[in-house]
Design a protein around this ligand. Structure first.
Ligand code: SF4
Length: 485
């Protein structure tokens, strides 16, 4: 897994979760006569595997053979939920898949996706990346309809399933009044649909399967690569597509007002994913170069906090002329288990996750590059670990501006009170984590490195300016549970 691994720090130290992403979505359609060879459930499995970093609580796949939809989902990682025998039972020519981290609703089986509903025309299976901000308003449109789950996605599925005229007609009615972040991939027995909110907060891309005339939609281009699909284009904000034997039909349900998530560049997306024609890795290396220019320091070695700090550390080393090295080794697999650490083990904290290379570190003045600081507990432990291992100085450099505001569009940051940058200035944070110096890249430089116009980006967790206004009442993760109790 090339990303910072939220699940691990979450499990080991509940007080210091890394940013949790909303979800990964994936869908595939192939001509019905290609179904046996294409094995859409296995393509979806591999697509989800490539998107595992976007959600690690539950995974699910729905498959249609043209006459009925079968859904299989469970709590756990993709590889824990599915095995060969399960995938062999999921036969058909259309599939949608999902890996979830909960943003609205608890991490329970009922809230795992795909969600499924029977309609007057058949079935509807839906997957969602993002977070809606007018869920109570949408729930009120159900006219007392029963919800089987507590997620915003369940409300949306129920609305699309209970409208007359089939999923397309329902989506034309409901999506224009749906607010917040939503990259949707859904299906009935014969058609694959995908839609992206008018702000395009979360990514969604379209690819083609050249060998059989099929189509794929996915959260990130890396998932297209892994199933051998050719990248065609990003879905436009406010666009919906329907894919079946008649090809790909596109329509607009709202005017585009692009506000792509800036944090995708910092941390969320895979480095081998491409956004707006540029690889995320290239952007992160560029951020590191700019970070070196903004916050230079005399040091002997630049090291990343593996793995999410690696590209920016490479850029920092390149621009500063300070040698790049490895000072911390990540124990990649410790978080891939359901065994809950006991209190004694938790006290080991970061040591379960990172091991210092004493010989490389001893006596050195280090620059440690990380992607973000949320609560600061991880960085405090990293600094202490490096000092214990003999570092002479520890200078921390962060490839994002201070995260000072919560996200309401699908990333589960802490509340403002829990965010260290919501309470302390840079000097206060430096003191709190025990570093010799601390530097964050400025928002201007981060935006410049992304090469996207400032007004086409959501930057709210950094500057508090929310592109889609969020009312106080719509801000809770357990919103529907509160309403129902
Ligand atoms: S608030 Fe931050 S994490 Fe959330 S969508 Fe905006 S930029 Fe992304």
């Amino acid at each position: 897994m090339p990303l910072g691994d939220g699940r691990l720090s979450h499990d080991i130290d509940p007080s210091d979760r890394a940013p949790q992403d909303a979800c990964g979505v994936f869908g595939v359609w192939v001509p019905q006569d290609q179904a046996a060879r294409a094995e859409v459930s296995k393509l979806t499995y591999y697509g989800l595997y490539a998107l595992q970093h976007r959600g690690q609580e539950s995974a699910g796949i729905a498959v249609s053979d043209g006459s009925r939809i079968v859904v299989f989902k469970d709590m756990g990682l993709v590889a824990q939920v599915f095995d060969e025998s399960v995938l062999n039972t999921l036969r058909g020519h259309i599939a949608v898949g999902h890996c979830r981290y909960s943003t609205t609703g608890s991490p329970t089986w009922e809230n795992a996706q795909p969600t499924f509903r029977s309609t007057e025309h058949g079935g509807l299976a839906l997957t969602h990346n993002g977070n809606l901000i007018n869920t109570p308003e949408l729930a009120a449109r159900l006219d007392g309809g029963v919800l089987t789950a507590t997620s915003d996605t369940e409300v949306l599925t129920a609305l699309l399933a209970t409208r007359e005229g089939g999923p397309l007609a329902a989506a034309r009615e409901i999506l224009p009044v749906t607010r917040g972040a939503f990259s949707l991939v859904f299906m009935d027995e014969n058609t694959l649909y995908a839609a992206r909110d008018p702000e395009g907060i979360r990514p969604l891309v379209l690819g083609s399967l050249e060998e059989n005339g099929g189509w794929v939609v996915a959260s990130e281009t890396a998932a297209l690569d892994i199933v051998g699909a050719r990248f065609v284009r990003e879905l436009e904000p406010g666009e919906m597509v329907a894919i079946d034997a008649d090809g790909v039909r596109s329509e607009r349900f709202a005017e585009a007002n692009p506000k792509g998530c800036l944090f995708e560049y910092v941390y969320l997306a895979r480095p081998d994913t491409t956004i707006a024609g540029r690889s995320v890795q290239a952007t992160r290396v560029e951020v590191g170069r700019r970070l070196a220019a903004e916050h230079p320091v005399e040091a002997d070695m630049v090291i990343p906090t593996p793995e999410s700090g690696t590209p920016a550390a490479i850029g920092y080393a390149e621009a500063s002329g300070i040698p790049y090295g490895q000072g911390l080794v990540k124990n990649s697999y410790v978080g891939r288990t359901f065994i809950q650490p006991s209190q004694t083990i938790r006290q080991l904290g970061i040591r379960l996750k990172l091991n210092p290379l004493r010989e490389a570190i001893e006596g050195k003045r280090l620059v440690v590059v990380d992607d973000s600081i949320v609560r600061g507990n991880t960085q405090r432990q990293v600094v202490a670990l490096l000092r214990d291992a003999g570092a002479a100085e520890v200078h921390v450099r962060i490839s994002s501006p201070p995260v000072a505001w919560p996200c309401f569009y699908g990333i589960d940051f802490a509340t403002r009170a829990e965010l260290i940058a919501g309470n302390l200035d840079v000097e206060g944070i430096r003191d709190s984590i025990g570093a010799d110096s601390l530097g964050f890249i400025s928002l201007d430089e981060l935006i410049a490195a992304s090469r996207i116009d400032r007004d086409r980006l959501c930057r709210a967790c950094f500057d508090g300016v929310y592109p889609i206004p969020v009312e106080e009442a719509a801000r809770g993760k357990h919103l529907l549970e509160t309403i129902r109790t």
